[in-house]
Design a protein around this ligand. Structure first.
Ligand SMILES: Cc1cc2nc3c(=O)[nH]c(=O)nc-3n(C[C@H](O)[C@H](O)[C@H](O)COP(=O)(O)O)c2cc1C
Length: 198
Protein backbone atom coordinates (compact mmCIF):
# COMPACT_ATOMS: atom_id res chain seq x y z
CA UNK A 1 0.00 0.00 0.00
CA UNK A 2 1.33 3.46 -0.81
CA UNK A 3 1.57 5.63 2.33
CA UNK A 4 2.36 9.31 2.99
CA UNK A 5 6.14 9.80 3.16
CA UNK A 6 6.79 13.08 4.98
CA UNK A 7 8.67 11.47 7.86
CA UNK A 8 10.78 8.41 7.09
CA UNK A 9 12.29 7.80 10.52
CA UNK A 10 12.88 4.13 9.77
CA UNK A 11 15.18 3.47 12.69
CA UNK A 12 18.62 5.04 13.18
CA UNK A 13 20.69 5.56 16.32
CA UNK A 14 20.25 8.63 18.47
CA UNK A 15 23.36 10.81 18.70
CA UNK A 16 24.17 13.82 20.86
CA UNK A 17 26.11 16.25 18.70
CA UNK A 18 28.21 18.77 20.59
CA UNK A 19 29.21 22.01 18.85
CA UNK A 20 30.78 25.25 20.01
CA UNK A 21 28.87 28.52 20.44
CA UNK A 22 30.42 31.89 19.56
CA UNK A 23 31.22 32.61 23.24
CA UNK A 24 33.17 29.33 23.58
CA UNK A 25 30.43 27.48 25.48
CA UNK A 26 29.08 24.23 24.05
CA UNK A 27 25.71 23.18 22.71
CA UNK A 28 24.28 19.68 22.70
CA UNK A 29 21.87 18.63 19.95
CA UNK A 30 19.94 15.34 20.06
CA UNK A 31 19.59 13.97 16.54
CA UNK A 32 19.11 10.69 14.71
CA UNK A 33 19.45 11.34 10.97
CA UNK A 34 22.99 10.07 10.62
CA UNK A 35 25.11 7.27 9.21
CA UNK A 36 28.77 6.42 9.03
CA UNK A 37 31.14 5.05 6.41
CA UNK A 38 34.77 4.27 7.24
CA UNK A 39 36.04 7.34 9.08
CA UNK A 40 33.29 9.71 7.92
CA UNK A 41 29.96 10.48 9.56
CA UNK A 42 27.05 12.07 7.68
CA UNK A 43 24.50 14.11 9.63
CA UNK A 44 21.18 15.72 8.68
CA UNK A 45 20.51 18.77 10.85
CA UNK A 46 17.88 21.51 10.61
CA UNK A 47 19.17 24.78 9.10
CA UNK A 48 17.59 26.71 11.95
CA UNK A 49 19.38 24.70 14.64
CA UNK A 50 22.13 26.16 16.79
CA UNK A 51 24.22 23.15 15.77
CA UNK A 52 24.22 24.20 12.09
CA UNK A 53 24.91 27.84 12.93
CA UNK A 54 27.87 26.73 15.07
CA UNK A 55 29.26 24.36 12.43
CA UNK A 56 29.18 27.09 9.75
CA UNK A 57 31.54 29.16 11.93
CA UNK A 58 33.44 26.55 13.99
CA UNK A 59 33.58 23.27 12.05
CA UNK A 60 34.51 20.91 14.90
CA UNK A 61 32.04 18.60 16.60
CA UNK A 62 31.72 15.51 18.71
CA UNK A 63 29.19 12.81 17.90
CA UNK A 64 28.28 11.05 21.13
CA UNK A 65 26.30 7.81 20.94
CA UNK A 66 24.11 7.07 23.97
CA UNK A 67 23.18 3.56 24.97
CA UNK A 68 19.51 2.64 25.26
CA UNK A 69 19.46 3.34 29.01
CA UNK A 70 20.12 7.08 28.41
CA UNK A 71 16.68 7.58 26.84
CA UNK A 72 15.39 9.72 29.73
CA UNK A 73 18.34 12.12 29.50
CA UNK A 74 17.61 12.64 25.80
CA UNK A 75 13.93 13.33 26.51
CA UNK A 76 14.89 15.92 29.14
CA UNK A 77 16.39 18.12 26.41
CA UNK A 78 14.13 17.10 23.51
CA UNK A 79 12.14 20.35 23.56
CA UNK A 80 15.13 22.69 23.89
CA UNK A 81 17.21 24.64 21.43
CA UNK A 82 20.44 26.51 21.98
CA UNK A 83 19.15 29.17 19.57
CA UNK A 84 18.10 32.46 21.18
CA UNK A 85 15.59 33.71 20.17
CA UNK A 86 13.83 30.46 19.30
CA UNK A 87 13.05 30.36 15.53
CA UNK A 88 9.39 31.20 14.79
CA UNK A 89 8.52 27.79 13.37
CA UNK A 90 9.75 26.10 16.59
CA UNK A 91 8.38 28.62 19.09
CA UNK A 92 5.21 26.68 19.93
CA UNK A 93 7.09 23.55 21.00
CA UNK A 94 10.65 24.55 21.91
CA UNK A 95 12.30 26.82 24.44
CA UNK A 96 15.83 28.17 24.76
CA UNK A 97 18.29 26.31 26.97
CA UNK A 98 21.79 27.64 27.55
CA UNK A 99 23.22 24.51 29.20
CA UNK A 100 21.78 21.26 27.83
CA UNK A 101 24.45 19.18 29.58
CA UNK A 102 23.09 20.41 32.91
CA UNK A 103 19.43 20.04 31.84
CA UNK A 104 20.06 16.43 30.79
CA UNK A 105 22.18 15.57 33.84
CA UNK A 106 25.14 14.74 31.58
CA UNK A 107 28.84 15.31 32.17
CA UNK A 108 31.33 17.15 29.95
CA UNK A 109 34.70 15.57 29.22
CA UNK A 110 37.36 17.44 27.28
CA UNK A 111 38.09 16.32 23.73
CA UNK A 112 41.55 15.07 22.94
CA UNK A 113 41.82 16.84 19.55
CA UNK A 114 40.79 20.35 20.60
CA UNK A 115 37.09 20.28 19.59
CA UNK A 116 33.96 20.71 21.71
CA UNK A 117 33.25 18.57 24.78
CA UNK A 118 32.42 14.89 24.72
CA UNK A 119 29.57 13.37 26.75
CA UNK A 120 31.06 11.17 29.46
CA UNK A 121 27.93 8.97 29.79
CA UNK A 122 27.93 8.03 26.08
CA UNK A 123 29.89 4.78 25.51
CA UNK A 124 30.99 5.84 22.01
CA UNK A 125 32.32 9.35 21.33
CA UNK A 126 33.61 10.49 17.94
CA UNK A 127 35.60 13.69 17.49
CA UNK A 128 35.21 15.04 13.97
CA UNK A 129 35.89 17.98 11.65
CA UNK A 130 33.44 19.17 8.98
CA UNK A 131 34.53 18.18 5.48
CA UNK A 132 31.45 19.29 3.49
CA UNK A 133 28.28 21.14 4.43
CA UNK A 134 25.35 21.46 2.05
CA UNK A 135 22.12 23.35 2.73
CA UNK A 136 19.50 21.14 1.08
CA UNK A 137 17.00 23.97 1.44
CA UNK A 138 17.61 27.40 2.93
CA UNK A 139 14.07 27.87 4.18
CA UNK A 140 13.87 27.89 7.99
CA UNK A 141 12.47 24.37 8.03
CA UNK A 142 15.09 23.03 5.62
CA UNK A 143 18.13 21.04 6.64
CA UNK A 144 21.84 20.77 6.06
CA UNK A 145 23.76 17.64 5.22
CA UNK A 146 27.09 17.62 7.00
CA UNK A 147 29.90 15.25 6.11
CA UNK A 148 32.50 15.15 8.87
CA UNK A 149 35.77 13.27 9.13
CA UNK A 150 36.47 11.49 12.39
CA UNK A 151 39.78 12.41 13.94
CA UNK A 152 39.43 10.31 17.10
CA UNK A 153 37.07 7.63 18.36
CA UNK A 154 36.67 6.79 22.05
CA UNK A 155 34.82 3.83 23.56
CA UNK A 156 34.02 2.84 27.13
CA UNK A 157 36.09 -0.11 28.32
CA UNK A 158 32.87 -1.94 29.20
CA UNK A 159 31.84 -2.33 25.52
CA UNK A 160 35.23 -3.55 24.28
CA UNK A 161 36.20 -7.11 23.43
CA UNK A 162 38.90 -8.01 25.93
CA UNK A 163 41.09 -9.75 23.33
CA UNK A 164 40.81 -7.55 20.23
CA UNK A 165 40.23 -4.20 21.96
CA UNK A 166 37.52 -3.49 19.35
CA UNK A 167 33.89 -2.63 20.14
CA UNK A 168 32.01 -5.85 20.94
CA UNK A 169 28.50 -5.54 19.44
CA UNK A 170 27.22 -7.95 22.09
CA UNK A 171 28.13 -5.37 24.74
CA UNK A 172 26.87 -2.27 22.90
CA UNK A 173 23.20 -1.39 22.77
CA UNK A 174 22.57 1.79 20.74
CA UNK A 175 19.42 3.82 21.35
CA UNK A 176 17.36 3.55 18.16
CA UNK A 177 14.83 6.21 17.08
CA UNK A 178 12.15 4.57 14.96
CA UNK A 179 9.02 6.41 13.81
CA UNK A 180 9.26 8.68 16.87
CA UNK A 181 9.66 5.82 19.36
CA UNK A 182 12.81 4.85 21.24
CA UNK A 183 14.01 1.24 21.03
CA UNK A 184 16.99 -0.86 21.90
CA UNK A 185 18.25 -3.59 19.59
CA UNK A 186 17.27 -7.22 19.99
CA UNK A 187 19.61 -10.20 20.27
CA UNK A 188 22.12 -10.97 17.51
CA UNK A 189 20.55 -12.80 14.56
CA UNK A 190 23.80 -13.81 12.89
CA UNK A 191 27.16 -12.59 11.69
CA UNK A 192 28.15 -11.19 8.31
CA UNK A 193 29.76 -14.07 6.43
CA UNK A 194 32.58 -12.04 4.89
CA UNK A 195 35.61 -11.73 7.13
CA UNK A 196 36.59 -8.09 7.58
CA UNK A 197 40.02 -7.07 8.84
CA UNK A 198 39.68 -4.31 11.42
C1 LIG B 1 15.45 11.58 19.37
C2 LIG B 1 15.58 12.86 18.60
C3 LIG B 1 16.03 12.83 17.30
C4 LIG B 1 16.18 14.01 16.57
N1 LIG B 1 16.71 13.95 15.31
C5 LIG B 1 17.00 15.09 14.67
C6 LIG B 1 17.71 15.06 13.44
O1 LIG B 1 18.12 14.00 12.96
N2 LIG B 1 17.97 16.25 12.82
C7 LIG B 1 17.56 17.45 13.36
O2 LIG B 1 17.83 18.50 12.77
N3 LIG B 1 16.90 17.50 14.53
C8 LIG B 1 16.62 16.36 15.20
N4 LIG B 1 15.98 16.41 16.41
C9 LIG B 1 15.46 17.71 16.88
C10 LIG B 1 16.54 18.63 17.47
O3 LIG B 1 17.10 18.04 18.63
C11 LIG B 1 15.92 19.98 17.80
O4 LIG B 1 15.57 20.65 16.61
C12 LIG B 1 16.80 20.89 18.65
O5 LIG B 1 16.07 22.03 19.03
C13 LIG B 1 18.08 21.33 17.95
O6 LIG B 1 18.93 21.89 18.92
P1 LIG B 1 19.87 23.14 18.63
O7 LIG B 1 19.03 24.20 17.98
O8 LIG B 1 20.34 23.55 20.00
O9 LIG B 1 20.98 22.64 17.77
C14 LIG B 1 15.83 15.25 17.16
C15 LIG B 1 15.36 15.28 18.48
C16 LIG B 1 15.26 14.10 19.20
C17 LIG B 1 14.80 14.16 20.63
Amino acid sequence: MRIPSRSMYYGTPVALVCTQNSDGSDNLTPMSSSWSLRDFVVLGLGCASQAVENLHHRPRLTVNLPSADLRKSIEQIATFTGKNPVPDHKAAQFSYCRDKFKAAGLTRVASTEGGPSRVAECPIQIEAIVNTMTDVSDDPEGFSVIIAKAVAQHAAVGILDETSGQIDPAKWEPLIFSYRTYRGVGPELGRMARVVRS
